[in-house]
Design a protein around this ligand. Structure first.
Ligand SMILES: NC(=O)c1ccc[n+]([C@@H]2O[C@H](COP(=O)([O-])OP(=O)(O)OC[C@H]3O[C@@H](n4cnc5c(N)ncnc54)[C@H](OP(=O)(O)O)[C@@H]3O)[C@@H](O)[C@H]2O)c1
Length: 282
């Protein structure tokens, strides 16, 4: 099931806040914790914003709120399941119909299922790989011809610190986020002489619905620092405008990534020490 809606641009009142209409952006997972906060950041800097998510009513409400808050913005939404190719083609048609084209794709939709590797059903494994890895790859491929037409475009893949560090209870999730990082690096190099830049945005633990009860309790017991979605989203536009290819959010997480790459044994030992606590929440 999917739906496409356009919303008319509201006329700016004289006292409208200054609006830098730089981006014609597509954002997936717009109804989620980080996505909703990113939608607000993007809305302030965009002329066009296309919101993607599965819940049409939530998307419509978000679009309505954004078009009231940012009168210069044209916001539209397209509801559906990103694991369905039909829906992805519908997103392409919608973007083609904008007339202006698009110059920013933020692949933010994602899912996780915390638990022991052997307990993950084949359906869960397939769904995680589909949503976190295959869908962003396919949507990027579909929208690349549109992105290439612009003077400068950016694809942001929302990965994770778990796209650098394999962590117990998250084996499939880590596999998908490592995979997305590999895809992003290869594509960035492939497109180096085009107008499209490819970036990997890696939050650490963030307070959203993706972390269900057990994960929240585990993070609290391990004293893992958790960001608010707003603190994560505020880093998106400076990152897009920077020359950085990857953004790892948070310290000591950056240090753990560095150690994991150069001295993986250090992280092996530290995580081995946490294992009984992690397994308690399986
Ligand atoms: N929260 C964290 O700790 C954390 C840390 C690092 C990275 N991340 C990454 O940040 C991104 C956003 O996550 P979040 O924390 O904001 O989680 P969230 O609140 O659960 O939001 C996930 C979003 O993805 C959408 N989505 C899930 N499956 C979909 C599907 N099959 N088709 C279309 N949309 C789908 C959801 O739509 P519905 O509303 O329809 O379900 C929702 O909008 C994800 O890529 C996640 O891996 C999160």
């Amino acid at each position: 099931m999917s739906a496409v809606h356009n919303q008319a641009q509201h006329h700016a009142p004289h006292h409208a806040p200054q609006h830098k209409a730089v981006y014609k952006a597509v954002l997936s997972g717009a109804t989620g914790g980080i996505g909703r906060a990113m939608a607000l950041e993007l809305a302030a800097q965009s002329s066009h914003l296309v919101l993607l998510g599965r819940n049409a009513a939530e998307l419509a409400a978000l679009a309505e709120m954004l078009s009231r808050k940012f009168p210069v913005l044209t916001v539209s939404h397209c509801a559906g399941d990103l694991s369905q190719m039909d829906y992805q083609n519908q997103v392409l048609k919608h973007c083609e119909s904008l007339g202006t084209g698009i110059n920013l794709l933020v692949n933010n939709a994602g899912a996780n299922a915390f638990g022991p590797a052997e307990a993950q059903s084949p359906q869960t494994v397939a769904q995680l790989v589909q949503v976190n890895l295959i869908a962003p790859i396919q949507l990027t491929q579909l929208l690349l011809p549109l992105l290439k037409k612009q003077v400068q475009s950016t694809v942001v893949q929302v990965g994770s610190i778990f796209g650098y560090i394999g962590y117990p209870g998250n084996s499939v999730y880590c596999g998908t986020k490592f995979g997305l990082r590999g895809y992003s690096q290869a594509l960035r190099r492939e497109l180096a002489n085009s107008s499209v830049r490819v970036k990997y945005f890696a939050p650490r633990a963030t307070k959203t619905a993706i972390n269900h009860g057990a994960v929240d309790k585990l993070n609290a017991e391990l004293k893992v620092q958790r960001d608010t979605p707003e603190a994560v989203a505020i880093q998106l536009i400076p990152f897009i405008q920077s020359s950085k290819h990857e953004l790892k959010i948070g310290f000591p997480e950056k240090l753990f990534v560095f150690l994991n790459q150069l001295f993986p044994g250090v992280n092996d030992k530290a995580i081995r020490g946490q294992l009984p606590t992690i397994q308690k929440y399986f």
